[in-house]
Write a protein that binds this ligand. Structure first.
Ligand SMILES: Cc1ncc(COP(=O)(O)O)c(C=O)c1O
Length: 242
């Protein structure tokens, strides 16, 4: 996020809340530096808007540590930080968490659904609590960071080897995604059928734009497949693009 652009927008807009993925963003992989995080929090106080920080990739850094999460600023009273066990345990659990100041969390904690239902998803919540308390989740996270780091590296090398010259990208420091720009400016959505014929796929950039932009971009994910399959997938993509 470009803070100076946000400041400019705030001269005419008065948002109730701002949604952001500050660490290893989906799809760009970008991480907001610490100085900009501080300024964003200051702006939320000065302009009285809430920051909804979707921090689901925060625990998934594979090299250098990311700056502290926006959850570290919850005392400022303008932040709701969201986390999810989908990315660090299993998506099928449908369980996450929210961090915020007591004032912001009270209406959630006291809402009738939670109060009379005994919480959201109580059985799965109890299982996940055990995974946290026994240290299983920490050990699992450590293993995940190692494995995802190897997958990231494998995809990065495959892109350089097979797609060099055809795409530009910044190496992500974590998360699940590579965000590529086609150097010849082609619309990636028009290449999807060819990619599928080569038994590979991607998400076209336009899927991430509310205005039909980002057409020369495409998102690749390295979370599901092992290094060898990733390499084969990128080679097939290269064959479909040329
Ligand atoms: C930024 C972001 N937030 C939330 C989610 C979804 O999380 P959940 O599975 O907990 O609904 C995703 C999944 O792709 C994501 O990329």
């Amino acid at each position: 996020m470009l803070i100076h652009a946000l400041e400019q927008q705030l001269r005419s807009l008065h948002p109730v809340f701002l949604y952001t993925v500050p660490t290893h963003q989906n799809p760009s992989g970008a991480t907001l530096p610490q100085g900009r995080r501080r300024r964003l929090v200051e702006l939320s106080r000065e302009n009285r808007f809430l920051i909804v920080a979707d921090e689901v990739y925060h625990l998934l850094s594979y090299g250098e540590q990311a700056p502290p999460p926006l959850a570290a600023f919850i005392r400022e009273g303008t932040i709701l930080s969201l986390g999810s066990f989908s990315k660090i345990l299993a998506p099928g659990l449908r369980l996450g968490w929210v961090q915020g100041s007591p004032r912001l969390l009270r209406p959630l904690a006291e809402c009738g659904l939670l109060d009379s239902g005994g919480g959201l998803n109580p059985f799965v919540s109890a299982l996940v609590l055990s995974a946290i308390q026994t240290g299983m989740l920490d050990a699992h996270l450590q293993q995940l960071r190692g494995e995802y780091g190897r997958r990231l590296q494998a995809m990065s090398e495959a892109i350089r080897d097979s797609l060099g010259g055809m795409v530009e990208f910044s190496q992500p420091g974590g998360g699940f995604f590579f965000w590529l720009r086609l150097t010849d400016g082609r619309d990636s959505a028009t290449l999807l059928n060819a990619a599928r014929k080569h038994r590979t796929s991607f998400v076209p950039g336009s899927a991430f734009s509310a205005e039909g932009g980002l057409r020369d971009r495409l998102r690749l994910s390295f979370s599901y497949h092992g290094p060898e399959e990733l390499k084969a997938g990128v080679q097939r993509l290269a064959a479909s693009l040329s």
